[in-house]
Design a protein around this ligand. Structure first.
Ligand SMILES: CC(=O)SCCNC(=O)CCNC(=O)[C@H](O)C(C)(C)COP(=O)(O)OP(=O)(O)OC[C@H]1O[C@@H](n2cnc3c(N)ncnc32)[C@H](O)[C@@H]1OP(=O)(O)O
Ligand SMILES: O=C([O-])CC(=O)C(=O)O
Length: 379
């Protein structure tokens, strides 16, 4: 078969339902609404393990023992500082730049300044992956701070990943309940099989390009509102309806109007899960804890009112971005920072897939059915 073949081929628009390869990194099961990372249910990982342990699991295939975890944590903590060059380049970017563009640029700069960038060995790719995991929090937090007119907060190596992330964002470590909710969100966001950004990373890797190029492309794919950008978009919806007490009553009329205008309701629907996103109950529980902690019942009322209206009207259920957006809002993050936080989590899954793709590579190049004008002569 070729691009010019005249027999009408079946078109799998959006690759819906197409199985393009195998993966041992995670299993998304829409029949049981379950998600396994290397065989472990994600809810159990969120309840019992840290984001660092989950990152190790995704990369190595097994959870770390005590010594392996101690070594891994020490390494991650030692790599957290941004180089003066990255900081300088971020400073050069306009404050109006979307934070996802800043993150994409920073990853590109880290790649361009890594003398080992072209080394495709698994050892080198793992080292690059750990460095990106360690540095993305500083990039994300510094960008939010500079937009607020604040100075960079240096990382602390006496703190775990999530506590340090929040310390760098806000200049202090919040209560444990907040740190735990953030850590849970990072675990839930870490990996999700062949989603659009991971697939982008695998396509780039399949050409024998380098890990940084694959991650840079993945950041671009995640930015869109139909994928990771939905957590930012959910917050815009909430703000549009109103965050003040009593605004929940406006959710249903707002939805009617939005659907009449043929708008997509962000944070709802999923390409794979059609009867519920496996991660939502866990993240919703974290959101409820945060609502109690910050005494913001009106946010949960709005969350529930819009969910009820959407499921009643369209029978379309929330995805992970629906509870995580308001959770990050309560923690104090700017709405524009939400998708960069997703990057900081997903770097683990992306790089696990990049390494898997390299182990058993085939160039990813599908076919297309030509529907342009027939062959003609140049006048
Ligand atoms: C972490 C993540 O990336 S999770 C996904 C985050 N993205 C979002 O929240 C964006 C909003 N959601 C959507 O746009 C979609 O549900 C997607 C892109 C996630 C999945 O899309 P698909 O699998 O292609 O579903 P599809 O678009 O075919 O939807 C089927 C029908 O439901 C409708 N639909 C699906 N989701 C929504 C939504 N959020 N709002 C309104 N209508 C929706 C579609 O318009 C379509 O209706 P139609 O048959 O009348 O045209
Ligand atoms: O799997 C998908 O298509 C999108 C998603 O939920 C994710 O990447 O976490």
């Amino acid at each position: 078969m070729s691009d010019t073949q005249t027999v009408e081929p079946h078109i799998y628009k959006g690759l819906t339902g197409v199985v393009v390869d195998t993966t041992a990194v995670s299993k998304v099961n829409p029949e049981t609404n379950s998600l396994l990372y290397r065989g472990y249910p994600v809810q159990e990982l969120a309840a019992k393990k840290s984001f660092e342990e989950v990152a190790y699991l995704l990369w190595h295939g097994e959870l770390p023992n005590d010594q392996e975890l101690a070594d891994f944590e020490a390494l991650e903590r030692s790599l957290r500082h941004l180089s003066p060059m990255i900081k300088r380049i971020i400073d050069e970017l306009p404050l109006t730049a979307h934070p996802m563009d800043v993150v994409r640029t920073a990853v590109s700069v880290i790649g361009a300044s890594d003398p080992d960038a072209e080394n495709p060995s698994p050892q080198s790719d793992l080292a690059k992956s750990i460095r990106l995991m360690a540095q993305l929090p500083a990039i994300v937090c510094y960008d939010q701070r500079r937009r607020r007119g604040q100075d960079l907060v240096e990382p602390r190596d006496d703190l775990g990943y999530s506590a340090n992330f929040l310390h760098m964002a806000f200049g202090e470590v919040p209560e444990l309940v907040v740190v735990n909710a953030f850590d849970v969100s990072m675990i839930l966001y870490a990996e999700h099989s062949f989603n659009a950004s991971t697939f982008t990373a695998r396509v780039i890797t399949s050409t024998l390009s380098d890990l940084y190029s694959a991650v840079t492309g993945a950041v671009g794919a995640l930015k869109g509102a139909l994928h990771g950008g939905a957590n930012e978009a959910v917050m815009h919806t909430f703000t549009e309806i109103g965050l003040e007490a009593g605004s929940a009553a406006r959710a249903e009329p707002w939805l009617e109007q939005a659907l009449a205008e043929k708008r997509k309701i962000m944070g709802f629907g999923h390409r794979v899960y059609k009867s519920g996103d496996s991660r939502v109950p866990t993240m919703r529980a974290s959101l409820v804890t945060l609502v109690d902690h910050y005494q913001k019942p009106e946010l949960l009322e709005l969350y529930e009112a819009l969910e009820t209206a959407m499921t009643t009207r369209k029978a379309i259920l929330p995805n992970l971005d629906y509870p995580s957006g308001p959770a990050y809002h309560l923690m104090g993050f700017d709405t524009l920072t939400f998708t960069p936080i997703f990057v900081a989590a997903r770097i683990t899954g992306w790089t696990a897939h990049i390494m898997e793709q390299k182990k058993s590579n085939a160039l990813i190049r599908p076919l297309s059915a030509y529907n342009g004008v027939d062959q003609r002569q140049v006048p």
